[in-house]
Write a protein that binds this ligand. Sequence first.
Ligand code: SF4
Length: 472
Amino acid sequence: MSYPVLAQQYVLFRDSMSEGVAELPLRAESPLTELELQSLWFAGEFGSEFTTTCGKRVAVRDFGVWNHAAGPDFTGCAVQTEAGVLKGDIELDPDVRDWERHGHATNPAYEKVALHLYLEGPEARAFSRTAGNREVMQVRLTRDMLRDGARPQLLAEARLGRCATPLREMEPARVHSLLEAAAQYRLQRKSAKLQALVKLHGREQAVYQALSAAMGYRNNQRPFTILAQRLPVKKLGKLGALEREALLFGVSGFLESVRYEDTQPDTRAYLRELWSEWWKQREQYTNWLTEVQQPVWKIGGARPGNHPQRRLGALCAMLGKWKSVYAFLKDTKTWSREGFSEALLELEHDYWNGHYTLLANPATKPLALVGGTRVQEILANVCYPLLVPESGKLWADYLELPAMLDNQKVRRAALRLFGEHPEAGSYQKRLFHQQGLLQIYEDYCLEDDSACNECPFPEKLKGWQFGATVGR
Ligand code: SF4
């Protein structure tokens, strides 16, 4: 069945009530740091239309730039109010009282703030006023505003689920079509997120941001996103290769975190080059080098090849070939899956083709900067979500993509739904199978707090009537 009909059927299936099954409880969520909040805001994850604390409707027309100097968090923004467009800056604080606590009320640098965003506040109203005694519009952000994809993801227990028995009894064609429908719905959600980003920051920056996040693998997507938000591709495109790489490694904090004397001779030569440029730029970015403003890189548990320093090296290599990489994603006419994949697989970097991290010994053999699994991830999470809504015919192409190798969540989802089912292997051969599995896993397994007992999925399966549109 063609795009997007199956996705709509999946939504009907998922949102239908199942008899005798209680509504699922919401899981507790971990607090967001100020930096995460800023990044989510800048990515439009909270939306762009709001009601102020005074009950007025406002819409953010331009999210501006993420400010690296002293002053408000985002500058050069535009906010549509009932009285017209207000140009100015935006400040985001975890608590509304931070406006006073941090001295914004007396600091002339905050005079042009058009909107003060916050998450927490006391019962009694706390006003935000500038040094000139102007009242600043306030918007309280809540977690409910966040799109689903921005919420922290957990892993469900690794064990066979209650749905494994009805799935075993279902005709394989119906299981395939259910996975296809869930995959299509998942792709639509990714598309909506990308399209929102395109609307906010333009297509090229949206693509760059999404590719950067994909470079961060599972653990470091947020820090890579922050880096791409803070240093947009237009700005990086105006710099020379060394200047650009020094800026990325400097702002990421990696240059500051490594002691020269702890490194190998060839790494010292590389660091010397980067520092020769970073010194010239560093002063402008000191605000981003404080502990609170530094992205938290997750290093433990990652394979050496996925170390964020190495991934950043790969991002620098991609930026060196940006025009040819981006050319494939400009529109569906220029798209070529083979061409795009090759462009990524062929990326090279003098230092990072031979090193895992800035502190490790050189690798004994050359290392690919971007491997096949990463390319598959990028196809699944960036390219097809961007392009399929622009040409529904590409859905058929998407269905042909082979499965990704190594994905812990997919393994866990397959174990819960299929266990030792004789057809289990055939439900994991293609990328769409995996994406469908992940969607069901997120919609049901991650929402379940009852060890499967109250999960509605097994009972609902009887109601899934669609046949498969693709082979196995
Ligand atoms: S929570 Fe639901 S979907 Fe997940 S394994 Fe259990 S029964 Fe299956």
